[in-house]
Ligand binder design. Structure first.
Ligand SMILES: C[S@@+](CC[C@H](N)C(=O)[O-])C[C@H]1O[C@@H](n2cnc3c(N)ncnc32)[C@H](O)[C@@H]1O
Length: 251
């Protein structure tokens, strides 16, 4: 396992139970960032999945795996964190879910679709990831991945003349480096989560260079019902694009 993966694995091992409970038990109707913001867009790009063979890359606690199985897909998955996989298996006892790295996908067979929701940002070398995904995709198969919006993730809050502003600040958009997001988990724990920032230019060139074609894209917009459930988050993320979803096809 690479050093960059060890850091992430450790954080998700520590967070696993809290993360899953936040998304399922504390907010049974769904958590803002995933169920209200990212998932609706990703599910729209996934479309009909009945009888499709889907690989859930970085499956976390198996929330997508469970939902897609219910919709009739044949799902397998893997994740770097043993604690996330432990919960994923408890939640999906019949599914083949493994501990493994996206730099060396632990499956040899071919899939119709690979999904990687809010995972790819953790990788420094996207070329290596795209090469791995290509190996397990059928020809004309789809790779659907969601990431942080490359521009928004560089926005910082500043106070200028007493006024609160959001500007492109120290996290320089053109500087493709590791950035730390502060996760204020459950209002108590603050976790510094590392991701690897890429520009739109790099992302698009990586897709094309690795033999994929862009077939769709979505800026995630919060579900209407989240306005009542999470009013502060809705107010911000109905104005600032926080996540985006890409649908690309293996040529
Ligand atoms: C934000 S969670 C998303 C989980 C799941 N995809 C979902 O949407 O519910 C990110 C997941 O990516 C996994 N991950 C991060 N780096 C990884 C790597 N190098 N290989 C495989 N999984 C990784 C983490 O362990 C974590 O479970």
């Amino acid at each position: 396992m690479k050093k960059e993966e060890k850091e992430v694995e450790k954080k998700y091992d520590f967070l696993a139970e809290l993360y899953h409970n936040l998304r399922t038990k504390k907010f049974p109707g769904g958590w803002f960032y995933n169920e209200m913001l990212e998932m609706p867009a990703a599910l729209e790009l996934l479309g009909k999945v009945k009888d499709k063979k889907i690989l859930d890359f970085g499956c976390g606690t198996g929330i997508y795996a469970k939902l897609l199985t219910k919709k009739g897909a044949k799902v397998k998955g893997f994740d770097i964190s043993k604690e996330m996989i432990k919960i994923a298996k408890e939640e999906n006892p019949k599914l083949d879910l493994k501990i493994g790295s996206g730099y060396k996908i632990p499956f040899k067979e071919k899939f119709d679709i690979v999904i990687a929701t809010l995972v790819i940002d953790y990788f420094k070398d996207w070329n290596a990831v795209f090469r791995e995904v290509k190996k397990v995709l059928k020809n004309n198969g789809f790779f659907i991945f969601s990431i942080g919006n490359p521009v928004s993730e560089c926005i910082e809050k500043v106070i200028h003349n007493g006024e609160k502003l959001r500007v492109l600040g120290k996290k320089d958009y053109f500087n493709e480096k590791k950035i730390y997001g502060i996760w204020n988990v459950d209002g108590k724990k603050k976790i510094r989560m590392p991701t690897h920032h890429k520009t739109y230019e790099t992302i698009i060139k990586t897709i094309v260079k690795n033999g994929f074609e862009i077939v769709d894209y979505k800026d995630c917009f919060p579900l209407k019902k989240s306005k009542k459930l999470f009013p502060k988050d809705y107010a911000i993320y109905s104005k600032i694009p926080y996540f985006c979803v890409w649908k690309i096809k293996k040529k």
